[in-house]
Design a protein around this ligand. Structure first.
Ligand SMILES: [Fe+2]
Length: 377
């Protein structure tokens, strides 16, 4: 039996931000809080958003969401939300900001510390603040997904906030807001989108509509990521990467897999998520090689313009490693500066990750020993 989910509404394309005022009005939001980070304020992206809102609107801004989402960031935003008597949230940023908004929309209507509902997701109810997302990166898919990670402390592993009640009400995907994204982040977040497409495509929950979305997203990353990295002002490349990110977000409604399970076991350091997953992808594709039914790897290889034969998993692995090298991304987690040595803990955490639930084959502990060793480097 297939389940085809419903996604939030999306306004997509250059100038999509023009829809924001009307959408706020439709939701009765006249005192929004924009949550964002300091880099986006410094680069004028926050001002770009303010300019798109009516001049007389009582807009508040919280610009201290950290690079990786934390409870402290959510609580800081909550304090401003309450002090300014806001009645809706606009998340302007990458995955950290957009996931923080998911926790914040719950916190606005709950009289309990954030940690309490992160510990017990049954305490998350439908009583949440209106939430509109505007992604400024192209890759996380966080603009439409109903899950996210929040770190209790900067260096502690993320806790999951996963509930249909935190699914954003609407996403405004206007590639104009991604134009200032620097090359390294364009590369790393763009490759995150590729890992979402592949894990969603290979998921045991996949179905024809989501497979088609994942394959189309894959083609866009393969065709446009280098252009977007080389020339950030390439509007066609930015547009296609924004669409690939959205499609990756749709694909992972079907679940994730070992690539993301592996990324979690290194999550006790503030390493960039997109870089971690793209470093992990080749090892997982080699693990799958020759093991999956229904020619799924062959079909995926074809979407990457690779020869679709029984060695497709290895071909995909080599192609991703080559893309990482071309994009100046690292090839191992050690190259990213990760120094921890408790490999047994890493293997156990990857093995136990709930991301394995939708995996087409669940790697054993022995499989994870090989995978962790290869990815760690
Ligand atoms: Fe991801």
């Amino acid at each position: 039996m297939a389940h085809i989910p419903s996604f939030p509404g999306v306004h997509f394309g250059f100038e999509a931000v023009k829809e924001l005022s009307g959408e706020l009005k439709n939701r009765g939001v006249d005192r929004p809080l924009i949550i964002t980070d300091q880099g986006l304020v410094e680069h004028g992206v926050c001002q770009q958003l303010l300019d798109a809102l009516p001049a007389d609107m009582a807009v508040s801004v919280f610009d201290e969401i950290p690079e990786n989402p934390t409870i402290a960031g959510v609580e800081g935003a909550l304090a401003i939300y309450q002090a300014k008597n806001c009645n809706g949230i606009i998340g302007l940023g990458g995955g950290s900001v957009l996931d923080s908004g998911k926790a914040l929309r719950v916190a606005t209507n709950q009289n309990m510390p954030v940690i309490e509902y992160l510990n017990d997701l049954s305490k998350v109810t439908a009583d949440v603040a209106p939430y509109i997302t505007i992604p400024t990166t192209a890759g996380t898919g966080a603009e439409i997904t109903f899950g996210g990670g929040i770190h209790p402390e900067t260096n502690a592993p993320a806790m999951t906030i996963r509930s249909i009640h935190v699914q954003p009400d609407l996403a405004i995907c206007d590639p104009d807001f991604t134009m200032t994204l620097p090359p390294r982040l364009t590369a790393a977040t763009g490759m995150d989108a590729l890992t979402h497409c592949v894990e969603g495509f290979l998921s045991s929950n996949a179905n024809p509509p989501t497979e088609a979305i994942a394959l189309d997203g894959t083609r866009r990353v393969v065709d446009f990521i280098e252009r977007a990295v080389e020339d950030g002002s390439d509007r066609e490349a930015r547009l296609n990467m924004s669409m690939a990110a959205l499609q990756g977000g749709m694909a992972i409604y079907m679940g994730l897999g070992p690539i993301h399970a592996l990324s979690m076991c290194f999550g006790d350091s503030p390493l960039h998520h997109g870089t971690l997953v793209t470093v992990a992808m080749p090892a997982v594709m080699r693990f799958y090689n020759g093991k999956l039914a229904d020619s799924v790897l062959e079909r995926y290889a074809a979407a990457m313009n690779l020869r679709a034969d029984k060695d497709a998993g290895n071909r995909i692995a080599d192609a991703v490693a080559e893309m990482n090298a071309k994009l100046s991304l690292p090839s191992t987690v050690r190259e990213m500066g990760y120094e921890k040595t408790d490999v047994d803990r890493m293997i156990q955490e990857a093995y136990e990750s709930p991301f394995n639930l939708a995996s087409p084959i669940r790697p054993s502990l022995a499989d994870y020993e090989k995978l962790v060793t290869e990815v760690l480097g």
